[in-house]
Design a protein around this ligand. Structure first.
Ligand code: SAH
Ligand code: SF4
Ligand code: F3S
Length: 447
């Protein structure tokens, strides 16, 4: 075991990934170094509980960590994220060896807690209190790669019938616009070229008591105007909160990429109603139409749940129909999973898991076709990519790099083996479509 070393295991959404990166940076500023599980003095598992599977992954990870560190009981094990908030102090037990539980609003205080716990092996700390406002964290410098992810809010007030997020992340809390802009500016000065604004329900930004009156479209325009910004994205918006200004922004703001992740969840009005999504097929299709009117090339991606309680074959076919009509170029799809404390747990007519699995396979096959169609359409076109780093797949004689186009598609490109291209923009021509990615060649300058 190396003194003052840490290892972070991360599950879940982009907010968890971004939280883990913040924690890693702040620990580094306090003199900690990264290490493998077997060698680390502090191990943090940052968890997700959105479905049963990610929760099981946490249990497996904790077992693994305990086994690997068996000979070093002084290793500090911490649990953060949504399972931590959900299970709270029940995670503490002699057998679990967990000594720090970090809830959704507790991360800001985690570095100090870690230092205290290392000094006092008899101590356990839980950081589970929900704060009233957005919990600001210590700034970190030297943070950015080419893409900066910046939290603008946390929590959710929607209480969709299936969803545990409002329970784990708490009520919606918007971060002050000035602070968001300050962080964006700092990250751009450090070399970031793309900003992705993060939150569970980003376009409801500002619509809570904690906000400073700035609404999402205004915040977006202010971020878009920052010097040095090449690309702007956000995730995740709720369809019911996409106002006319949010749609218009895709025409008005040059850095805003023509890609939107717009969670559909179901294409059946009856199911959407029971889910409590507060939009219907017509409303969703109308939104898609308005988006395509301002940006005909808009790339839409989505989330879908199959096998929601009471979902009939007919309901499911409505979902397939919506997927085709909207032409989603990518989607995350899941079988419905009962989550403790949510309304849907009590709903009758649970769908048989084998039926859900079969529907999921059909939906994913359709998505493969839609994705294939989208990617084939890109072949021969010129596009700009922001290079994120080397590809794992290398080709002989040249180094393969990867980046994303403005539609968010991963593009592989071979470049002469003489420089670090990370963070460069490249003008490329797409040469080939693969299953989920594109291959391209340099067509112009790198800048
Ligand atoms: N705030 C976002 C995403 C929330 S969680 C939104 O409003 O869409 C990410 C995705 O997980 C959801 O979009 C949903 O598709 C899926 N999900 C959430 N709860 C689920 C559950 N109980 N069972 C299956 N999938 C679920
Ligand atoms: Fe969950 Fe619905 Fe909130 Fe999304 S909008 S986080 S699905 S409750
Ligand atoms: Fe998972 Fe919590 Fe994110 S439940 S999806 S880590 S908000």
């Amino acid at each position: 075991m190396t003194e003052k070393s840490f290892h972070i295991i991360t599950f879940g959404c982009q907010m968890n990934a971004s939280d883990s990166r913040w924690l890693a940076r702040i620990l580094a500023t306090r003199g900690f170094v990264k290490a493998e599980v077997a060698d680390a003095q502090v191990i943090v598992i940052n968890t997700c509980s959105v479905r049963e599977k990610p929760e099981q992954k946490f249990t497996a990870a904790l077992d693994h960590v305990r086994r690997v560190t068996d000979a070093n009981p002084e290793v500090l094990i911490a649990v953060a994220g949504c399972v931590a908030q959900q299970l709270g102090e029940s995670l503490f037990s002699d057998a679990s060896r967990v000594r720090l539980v970090i809830g959704s609003d507790g991360l800001a205080n985690a570095p100090d807690a870690i230092v205290r716990l290392l000094a006092d092996p008899g101590l356990r700390i839980s950081l589970l209190d929900c704060t009233v406002g957005y919990e600001e964290r210590e700034n970190t410098r030297g943070a950015s790669g080419p893409i900066a992810q910046v939290n603008i809010m946390q929590g959710c007030d929607n209480f969709c019938a299936y969803c545990i997020v409002p329970f784990t992340r708490g009520r919606q809390k918007s971060r002050a616009a000035g602070t968001v802009l300050e962080e964006c500016r700092a990250r751009l000065e450090e070399g970031a070229r793309e900003i992705c604004l993060l939150g569970q329900n980003v376009n409801a930004y500002g619509q809570d008591k904690q906000g400073d009156g700035t609404v999402f479209a205004v915040l977006l325009a202010r971020v878009a105007a920052l010097p040095g910004l090449e690309r702007l994205r956000y995730v995740t918006p709720h369809p019911k909160d996409m106002g006319a200004e949010d749609v218009a922004a895709f025409a008005a703001l040059a850095p805003l990429c023509p890609r939107l992740h717009l969670p559909l969840q179901s294409g059946s009005d009856a199911v959407l109603n029971r889910m409590g999504r507060k939009y219907d097929r017509r409303g969703f299709l109308d939104l898609v139409e308005r988006l395509r009117k301002v940006r005909p090339d808009m790339a839409l991606a989505t989330d879908v749940i199959v096998g929601f309680p009471g979902e009939s074959e007919r309901d499911f076919e409505d979902t397939l129909d919506m997927m085709e009509t909207c032409g989603f170029m990518s989607s995350f799809s899941f079988c419905y999973s009962d989550r403790p404390g949510t309304r849907a747990v009590l709903f009758p007519d649970k769908v048989d898991p084998s039926v859900s699995r079969e529907r999921l396979a059909r939906l994913q096959a359709l998505q493969e076709t839609l994705t294939g169609r989208w990617l084939e359409n890109c072949v021969g076109r010129k596009t700009d990519i922001l290079i994120e780093g080397r590809s794992r797949r290398q080709e002989a004689g040249q180094t393969s790099w990867q980046g994303r186009d403005s539609y968010g598609v991963l593009v592989h490109i071979a470049l002469p083996d003489c420089a670090d291209y990370t963070g460069k923009m490249a003008s490329v021509t797409v040469t080939r479509a693969k299953k989920n990615t594109l291959a391209a060649q340099l067509a112009g300058e790198l800048w």
